[in-house]
Design a binder for this molecule. Sequence first.
Ligand SMILES: Cc1ncc(C[n+]2csc(CCOP(=O)(O)OP(=O)(O)O)c2C)c(N)n1
Ligand SMILES: [Mg+2]
Length: 276
Amino acid sequence: MNVNEVTQLARDIRIATLKSLTQLGFGHYGGSMSVVETLAVLYGAVMKIDPTNPDWPERDYFVLSKGHAGPALYSTLAIKGYFPVEELSTLNQNGTRLPSHPDRLKTRGVDATTGSLGQGISIAGGMALSHKLAGRPNRVFCIVGDGELNEGQCWEAFQFIAHHRLNNLTVFIDWNKQQLDGELDEIICAFDLEGKFRAFGFDAVTVKGDDVAGLLERVQPVPATDARPRVVILDSIKGQGVPYLEQLGNSHHLRLTDDTKQVLNETIRQLEAAHD
Ligand SMILES: Cc1ncc(C[n+]2csc(CCOP(=O)(O)OP(=O)(O)O)c2C)c(N)n1
Ligand SMILES: [Mg+2]
């Protein structure tokens, strides 16, 4: 997929995610929107996958450490053909295969069960180490939230990943500057993320969270001569791509009123119109 096609895929993922959440009437809007472009780049143009065979041993692996963005991952997987798009309307309802946080035993294409923040990045590190030890070329990609970095477990995992020279792992930090109930800077400041990761032994860069071309450039395979794992700090916006959510201040988890439902349905219509 080229830049235009990935951009189109991102728009489709954004629409499908807004639809499933808005139909449900509540959920994690802000953090789902801020990873849409990254998911489109990974599943559209980078990862080696076979949606007809989710357990293909030669596939690349993806771990959504910030598991509350599950709705965006489900839309991506459905659009890529892991399961029917119609199933997205069962999100987080009784008996669904799409619980609000990803469960690898429930959903085709989900590689890791996440939701308890801090744990997914450890799982991703273990996956990358196992591929490396076995001499396999599989790559691993993991998205971690900036608020999630409050979990000390993340930093244990980053040390482990750098120590083992896991250059087959690319970590994304969704630097949307907000966590559950407020601004990062007011709760626990992240300080200099790039500098911190460099000090930990990572190759670190910052890319705008919706810069598809920039992201594509940063996710090419690392040269074999460079043993450093890679981190991409996503300079993103919570609620990215949805003006109402971007301006809201706190779009972490919304329970919709009739008014907000109408606003979001209007956004969906506008995104769909821009599509044609
Ligand atoms: C161990 C753990 N503690 C608390 C929570 C509740 N929780 C869910 S999302 C969230 C905030 C996460 O912030 P961030 O990582 O910045 O997510 P984003 O802004 O990308 O939505 C919290 C505290 C959790 N899921 N796991
Ligand atoms: Mg955040």
